[in-house]
Design a protein around this ligand. Structure first.
Ligand code: ADP
Ligand code: ADP
Ligand code: MG
Length: 665
């Protein structure tokens, strides 16, 4: 076994690898960029080497420097994590040339599986079922159109070199094909440096079910069952679970055998995932499920903890053993699974605004009781701590929450509770959205397909299960409690000062959902509260844990309030919401906000402007495209007007809130 390894990654996966290495008595070397100087992964390792600037291309993709760091520190092997260099066959070769073990498959396997079209040709030869489609080398647009017409609509155009949900276009009808092809090719050449595409039938009611495989240098290969990753947004995974609901023993064995055949066809070594798209004629007819090869990911996946939860195995340990030349620890017949596991990806983003990635500081980051980087009923894998920043340079994932239960129902209940106990303040996250998905009838009933989020949008977005009354009661209770704490007295003694003329009233000015709301507190024999147009009702509260028990409107709710200036974040078991508690002094003489400024919604890079100075534009017309956190965002005109001036050029980096262009209205 190795004595020392270098981890060529950052964030949660670097911490994850370090945890297993430490347990196995292997020394670890971290690499880090400017932005990651004090990062959690640097502290998780025994040594750390600075490899460059904050942008990945200046640091985590600088493989020459990474190899030098490995040499300088005496590391024998390099773990690439996922993303970055993990699927770069040149890097795998360079490791070997430098006398280092690349903890991953042979470069030839990465190459063979790296291009979607090439890998399909290989899989076809190996007898693995493929989605009906075209993956030929001839890229003549007229031929591609004919192929799409032959395959039928809806069809899917995919960038052959694509990944991460980018470079895919669904085409509904033949007339739309040419435009979709052109736009797909544009994105593909910009993102992947090649505009080759393939065409597939767009599978109806598709489920994404993938098989974890493992190979060793002795030629053994096994599968560690499946993960269902059907719940997606923008073709990217949101929730992953194992086993796949409705999976039968027979189908599992067939898919497992196909995945092993796929891996063996490229002499696979180490951890890999064979992704299948599964067609179903109805949600409740597992016998109708038909699977087709989509692609193979030649690395450890983000969602590997789900497999660890059901098998009890440590996949990073297996990777290290296999890379050091040991045979697989178990044979196929010895691999068992128990219970049900689900992973939720907690991301910095705004689900109510098309999942726009968010950046910011984790001013509050409270987690449920959980283990990290090892199997547990509740497990949280993350690479950040309270006070850390989610920057625009890297992925928007904050943490992975993984739960395990005896049954799916139990796992779902645990996930919901654990999400309720996850309090993040300082940036937008999808935590509440995840709860809505986990509690939705469709997900509970396992009516899974990749369109679940779209299909259920009416119950998933813009929900507020807390409501004004409970939110107002929570912030007022919190404010009174804070006042009392500051005065060293219990909140009720305070009423004496207000009671000189019988019942005394106190007003609170709130802001909820953009609207001003007044609340009136009446001090008397008992405390009474009225919020907005609601009824006056008895109001009681007592501190409990990091929050308060609040009784109002005949309901008793545990609430935790994190105030940031006037904005209060209220967390209850039902959900979380935001409510303003205004300081009356601060709002004297406030002027109206000026509208119509065209600003960057987040820090990032200007990709292009769709207009030039002097152009007349209509409300809603796209004006500029920004790229931030690996996604493109279009900025549209808020109203009709004339473009007065462009304030940046394509390629410029802009700060959050920077004015991009001036629009005269
Ligand atoms: P999977 O294929 O396992 O479902 P995704 O493709 O959604 O996972 O996410 C993995 C992607 O995350 C990588 O392909 C890469 O774009 C991105 N990524 C790269 N490095 C990191 C990192 N250190 N932390 C989080 N995400 C990363
Ligand atoms: P990536 O490289 O981003 O992982 P994939 O080719 O694995 O891209 O596809 C990502 C997702 O796109 C799948 O999980 C699925 O939701 C959807 N998808 C891919 N191919 C098809 C298809 N032929 N029909 C329907 N959906 C598909
Ligand atoms: Mg994929």
């Amino acid at each position: 076994m190795f004595k020392k390894i270098l981890i060529a990654n950052r964030g949660e996966i670097a911490c994850r690898v370090a945890a297993t290495a430490r347990r196995m008595g292997i020394q670890t070397v971290a690499v880090y960029s400017d932005a990651d100087t004090g990062a959690k992964h640097v502290q998780a390792c025994d040594e750390a080497v600075h490899v460059g600037g904050s942008a990945p291309k200046d640091s985590y993709l600088q493989w020459q420097r990474i190899l030098e760091a490995a040499k300088a520190t005496g590391a024998e092997a390099v773990h690439p994590g996922y993303g970055f260099l993990s699927e770069n066959e040149d890097f795998a070769k360079a490791c070997a040339a430098a006398g280092l073990v690349f903890i991953g498959p042979p470069a030839s396997a990465i190459l063979a599986m790296g291009l979607k079209a090439e890998s399909k040709r290989l899989m076809e030869a190996a007898g693995v079922p493929l989605v009906p489609g075209y993956h030929g080398a001839d890229q003549d647009p007229a031929l591609l159109q004919r192929e799409a017409d032959r395959i039928g609509y809806p069809a899917l155009i995919k960038a052959s070199a694509g990944g991460g949900g980018k470079g895919m276009r669904v085409v509904e009808k033949s007339e739309d094909f040419a435009a979709a092809l052109a736009s797909c090719k544009r994105e593909a050449i910009n993102s992947f440096g090649s505009d080759a595409v393939l065409i597939e039938k767009y599978v109806q009611r598709p489920r994404h079910i993938e098989i974890q495989v493992f190979g060793d240098t002795q030629g053994n290969c096994v599968y560690l069952f499946e993960r269902d990753c059907s719940v997606q947004r923008r073709h990217q995974k949101v929730l992953e679970e194992a086993p796949a609901p409705g999976m039968t023993e027979a189908l599992r064995a067939q898919m497992g055998a196909a995945a092993v055949a796929a891996a063996k066809a490229v002499n696979y070594v180490g951890a890999g995932t064979v992704e299948f798209i599964v067609e179903q004629t109805a949600y409740d007819q597992p016998e109708s499920m038909k699977f087709f090869f989509m692609e193979m990911n030649t690395r450890l996946q983000v969602e590997h903890p789900v497999t660890e939860a059901i098998t009890g195995l440590d996949l990073v340990e297996w990777q290290l053993r296999v890379a050091s030349g040991e045979p697989l620890p178990l044979q196929q017949s010895e691999i068992r699974m128990t219970g049900h596991a689900i992973e939720a990806r907690i991301c910095a983003e705004n689900p109510d605004n098309n999942f726009l990635p968010a950046t910011g500081t984790l001013q509050v980051y409270r987690k449920p009781q959980a283990a990290s980087f090892e199997r547990s009923t509740i497990r949280i894998d993350d690479g950040v701590r309270e006070g850390d920043t989610i920057s625009p340079f890297y992925d928007s994932m904050v943490a992975k929450l993984i739960v395990h239960g005896d049954t799916r129902e139990q796992a779902l209940a645990r996930l919901d509770t654990a999400l309720a106990q996850t309090h993040i303040v300082g940036l937008n996250t999808n935590v509440q959205f995840l709860r809505h998905v986990v509690r939705s009838q469709a997900f509970v009933a396992a009516q899974l397909d990749t369109a679940l989020i779209q299909r259920e949008s009416a119950v998933l977005f813009k929900q507020d299960p807390v409501g004004l009354q409970a939110a107002a009661a929570a912030v007022i209770a919190n404010a009174l409690q804070a006042e009392a704490a500051a005065q060293g007295a219990d909140p009720f003694s305070r009423r004496d000062g207000w009671q000189s003329h019988g019942n005394t009233r106190r007003r609170f000015e709130l802001e909820y959902d953009g609207q001003p709301v007044r609340a009136v507190l009446t001090y008397g024999p008992q405390l009474l509260l009225q919020v907005g147009e609601g009824a006056e009702s008895v109001f009681l509260f007592t501190p409990q844990g990091d929050g308060l028990w609040v009784q109002f409107n005949g309901q008793r709710t545990h609430s935790t309030v994190h105030a940031q200036g006037e904005t209060c974040h209220v967390f209850t078991p039902q959900g979380a919401t935001r409510i303003g508690l205004l300081d009356p002094l601060a709002h004297a003489g406030e002027t109206a906000q000026e509208g119509g400024r065209l600003t960057a919604p987040m820090p990032g890079k200007v990709v292009s402007f769709a207009v030039k100075a002097g152009d007349k534009v209509k409300a809603g017309q796209p004006l500029a495209v920004m790229e931030a956190m690996k996604m493109e965002h279009t900025i549209s005109a808020p109203k009709d007007g004339t473009v007065a001036e462009l304030l940046y050029a394509p390629g410029d980096q802009v700060a959050d809130g920077a004015e991009l262009l001036k629009l005269a209205v």
